[in-house]
Structures are given as C-alpha cells and as structure tokens.
Design a protein around this ligand. Structure first.
Ligand code: ZN
Length: 120
C-alpha cells in the first residue's frame, strides 16, 4: 500500500476525507465511544480512513456512507451513516411494482392494477 496518505491525527484525516456533515457528526459520535490511535491513513483510492483501536489489533474503516468495525478475521460490523448510497440505491423497495393504473379500453374508466375493469 504505497500511496496511502497518513495522518497524525484522526481529525486531520476526517478533514481531508470530506464527509457529508451529518455523517461527520455521526462518525465523531461513534469514535467517541472507544479510544483509537491518532495516527491513521486514507487509502490511495480515497475510499476509506483506516483507524486502529488503541492497544488492540481492531481496525475501523470509515467510509463515506458507513463504518466497518473489524473485530476479528471474519467478524465485521457495519454501521450505516445518516447519508449513504447503500440506503439510497441499494434497496429499490417497491420500484418496478408501481405500475400505472390503466384506462379501460372499453369504457375509459381507470382499471384496478389487476387489469380487470370493475365496470364492464
Ligand atoms: Zn371498463
């Protein structure tokens, strides 16, 4: 990982990372719950900040829309931040099922979504 940028303080990394302000507040909130080493980095892709919990090997990855806590090799916890693309684009709940009610070709009244006219 040659090109990642290192920072002497978490605050400096957060400033460079340019999070949406509501997410920044949420990140600060989460970070205040545990102690982290101040020295941290932003990966070369700019995708996340890598933090280490003080005195342990636990790692935290702060992405723009979520935080991943890594508590072990395969033990990840993801916390979604207030603004995130996962929620905005990941779940297209209901989309594709919202068909327009169509007019009956016979009487012109709106048919229910079943496509069977109530009046005819
Ligand atoms: Zn009809």
């Amino acid at each position: 990982m040659p090109d990642r940028r290192t920072f002497d303080t978490i605050e400096a990394a957060l400033e460079a990372f340019n999070l949406p302000s509501d997410n920044l507040a949420a990140v600060r909130d989460h970070l205040s719950e545990r102690e982290y080493e101040q020295r941290c980095y932003i990966v070369s892709s700019g995708q996340y900040i890598g933090l280490k919990e003080a005195g342990s090997l636990k790692t935290v990855y702060i992405n723009r829309g979520f935080i991943d806590y890594r508590d072990g090799e395969n033990d990840w916890t993801r916390i979604l931040l207030p603004s995130n693309k996962i929620r905005d684009g990941g779940y297209t709940q209901g989309k594709g099922y919202q068909r327009e009610a169509q007019a009956c070709p016979n009487c012109g009244s709106r048919m229910p979504l079943s496509g069977v006219c109530d009046l005819c």
